[in-house]
Design a binder for this molecule. Structure first.
Ligand SMILES: Nc1ncnc2c1ncn2[C@@H]1O[C@H](COP(=O)(O)OP(=O)(O)OP(=O)(O)O)[C@@H](O)[C@H]1O
Ligand SMILES: [Mg+2]
Length: 241
C-alpha cells in the first residue's frame, strides 16, 4: 500500500475539520476525494504534507502511513525530498516574475541527478507543449490554464512519484481542462500515482479509478468511479441529476 490514512482527526483551533477519516491509495492508482465546499478536501492534503504552522491543520488523532511507515512526524522538506511526495496546491503559487524555465528550475534545488533533471524538463515540455513554447516568458503572462500546467510541471521537477492535486480543473476552460487531464492520465500510465481532490465530481470520476465522497469531515461513500457515479447521492448532489 502506498498511502494509508487511518482514523484521521484534524482540527483548526478547537474546531474539528476531519472527524476520523480512513482511505488508502495503492501504487499506480488514481484516487479522487470529491465533496462540496468546506468538506475537508484541502485539509486532508495539507495534513498529509505536514505543512508547517500556522497553515497546518492540527492532527488530533489517527495515523498516516506511506509505504507502511508513519509520516505524521516527518518534516515537510523530507516529504518532498525523501518520500517524493508532491502537492500542487489550489491557487498554483508560482513565481510570476520568474520565467517558466526558472520556476521549473527552482523545484529541482534538492536534486543531484542532473541527467534525470534534464530528462524531466523534456518530459514536461512534451506533456505540455504550451509551456515549451513559452519557456522564456515571465510566468505572470501565462493564462490561468498555462499557470496550472506550470504548477504541475513544477511538482514533477521535484522528482515526485506520488502527486497530489488540489482542484487542477479550477477556472480552466473545457478545452484546457481536457488537455490537463489527458496529460495527467499519461503521467499515470507512465507510473505516477495520483491523489486528486475535486469539486467537479463528473470530471474527477471520469478520470480516477476509485474515489471517496467527503461530507463535512466524514467519508460517507467509497467505491470505484463507476460505482460512485451510479450512486443516487453522488448523482443527485454532484452530477446534476
Ligand atoms: N486555516 C484555517 N483555519 C480555520 N479553519 C479552516 C482553515 N482552513 C479550512 N478551515 C475550515 O475547515 C473546513 C474544511 O476546509 P477545507 O479547505 O479543507 O475544505 P475543502 O473541501 O477543500 O473546500 P473547497 O472545496 O471550498 O476548497 C471548513 O469548515 C473550513 O472553514
Ligand atoms: Mg479546497
Amino acid at each position: 500500500m502506498l498511502l494509508e490514512v487511518k482514523d484521521l482527526k484534524v482540527q483548526y483551533g478547537n474546531i474539528a475539520a476531519l472527524h476520523g477519516i480512513d482511505f488508502h491509495v495503492r501504487e499506480g492508482e488514481i484516487v479522487t476525494l470529491i465533496g462540496a465546499n468546506g468538506a475537508g478536501k484541502t485539509t486532508t492534503l495539507y495534513t498529509i504534507c505536514r505543512l508547517p504552522p500556522p497553515e497546518a491543520p492540527k492532527l488530533v488523532a489517527g495515523d498516516i502511513l506511506f509505504r507502511g511507515q508513519s509520516i505524521v512526524k516527518t518534516e515537510p522538506h523530507d516529504i518532498v525530498r525523501r518520500l517524493h511526495i508532491a502537492l500542487v496546491p489550489e491557487g498554483r503559487h508560482i513565481f510570476g516574475n520568474l520565467t517558466v524555465l526558472e520556476n521549473l528550475k527552482l523545484a529541482t534545488f534538492a536534486r543531484r541527478d542532473q541527467e534525470k533533471i534534464n530528462e524531466d524538463y523534456e518530459r514536461i515540455f512534451d506533456l505540455f507543449p504550451r509551456l515549451a513554447e513559452r519557456r522564456r516568458q515571465r510566468s505572470e503572462l501565462l493564462s490561468g490554464g498555462e499557470q496550472q500546467m506550470l504548477a504541475v510541471g513544477r511538482a514533477l521537477m521535484s522528482g515526485c512519484q506520488f502527486l497530489m492535486l488540489d482542484e487542477p480543473s479550477m477556472g480552466l476552460a473545457p478545452l484546457l481542462m481536457y488537455d490537463m487531464f489527458r496529460a495527467l492520465k499519461r503521467l499515470n500510465e507512465e507510473g505516477m500515482t495520483i491523489l486528486l481532490i475535486e469539486q467537479n465530481a463528473h470530471v474527477a470520476l471520469e478520470f480516477a479509478h476509485r474515489g471517496y465522497l467527503l461530507e463535512t469531515g466524514n467519508i460517507v461513500l467509497a467505491g470505484t468511479s463507476r460505482e460512485l457515479m451510479d450512486t443516487p447521492e453522488v448523482h443527485k448532489a454532484y452530477l446534476g441529476g
